[in-house]
Design a protein around this ligand. Structure first.
Ligand code: HEC
Length: 297
């Protein structure tokens, strides 16, 4: 009895502490999560937490089971133990059963009737991964049916499209209605605010970089870092080209995609590229633009 106690002590510290520790972690994390999350996010968080808890409970059960086994084994006679060790594990037995191919002698039992010029066919099991995929797809289909057609908790393709379009329209109206600026392409000022330039840079690298290169050195579109411009290098020239584009070239009008503030930020960023001289830049293109004092501001 003493021995069992000591084994129990040993094992419990090894197997039980870990799952218990892990169990407390998600709970602690949950109390820390910021309030004011949307109901959908909260729902997914709860589902994920439930899954984590379920996995931990399973781990706990498995560790308890192995603990029980260890205890039972200490009480077994040595012969019994030896015989147990010879037996294949539950896992390998199940695996063998799943894959069960009949031994040669028993192939007669699963031989199919047809005979193609002496070629015969055995009615063997499908591979376990195939069956698992099949059952999974059945389960998935039921969940899909419930979510999309019975409870309608998630939008179908067409509805998703409508939602996206409504959002885009709202965003477009936002650009058109709420942002009123006191400049246009005839008098837009250069904005040297670091935040504005950073915003312009971000947009430039994401949207303009594919043609002008992320550093402005030029690819399909001309180099924007030198003093030579096709359409002039003043702030108002640059703003104008970006806003209205250059007809019948790859340089489209960006007015419908950029609100005036961001347009100004991007133009200011392009203006700020002057003289950066990036490696591998395209050669000068267009006419030399000489900076005028009152053009920059
Ligand atoms: C699909 C390729 C493409 C994209 C994307 C593009 N451009 Fe252009 N851009 C061009 C081409 C081509 C020209 C030259 C047009 C011409 O022949 O006059 C040009 C010209 C320009 C000019 C005038 C250069 C000069 O020499 O006068 C500026 C400024 C400019 N682009 C800025 C931008 C900015 C800012 C963006 C992102 C909002 C952008 N471009 C996105 C292809 C592109």
């Amino acid at each position: 009895m003493e021995r069992i106690k000591s084994i129990l002590k040993n094992l419990s510290s090894k197997y039980l502490l870990l799952p218990l520790l892990l169990l407390t972690t998600p709970m602690a994390a949950q109390t820390e999560s910021p309030s004011g999350v949307s109901p959908t996010t909260a729902f997914y968080v709860v589902v994920v937490l439930l899954i984590i808890v379920a996995i931990l409970v399973m781990l706990l059960a498995v560790s308890l089971l192995s603990l029980l086994k260890a205890v039972v084994r200490t009480e077994m006679s040595t012969e019994k133990k030896a015989s147990l060790e010879k037996e294949p594990s539950w896992l390998s037995k199940t695996w063998d059963k799943w894959n069960a191919l009949k031994p040669m002698e028993e192939e007669q039992d699963i031989m199919l009737d047809h005979d193609y010029d002496g070629i015969k066919e055995l009615d063997n099991h499908l591979p376990p991964w195939w069956k698992a995929l099949f059952y999974l797809s059945v389960v998935y289909a039921v969940i899909y049916l419930m979510v999309f057609h019975v409870f309608k908790t998630s939008p179908l393709q067409e509805e998703e499209y409508e939602i996206e379009m409504a959002l885009a329209l709202a965003a477009k109206n936002d650009i058109e209605q709420t942002i009123v600026v006191d400049f246009d392409e005839s008098n837009v000022p250069f904005n040297d605010d670091a935040e504005a330039l950073a915003d312009g840079k971000k947009f430039f690298e994401a949207q303009c970089g594919m043609c002008h290169k992320a550093d402005g050195g030029g690819l399909a579109g001309p180099n924007l870092t030198d003093d030579y411009w096709r359409h002039g290098g003043s702030m108002t020239n640059i703003y104008n080209v970006i806003k209205n584009g250059v007809p019948s070239t790859a340089m489209i009008a960006w007015e419908s995609r950029l609100n005036p503030i961001r347009l100004q930020n991007v133009a200011s960023y392009v203006k700020s590229l002057r003289g950066t001289n990036p490696a591998g830049a395209l050669p000068p293109d267009g006419e030399l633009y000489v900076e005028e004092e009152n053009n920059q501001e």
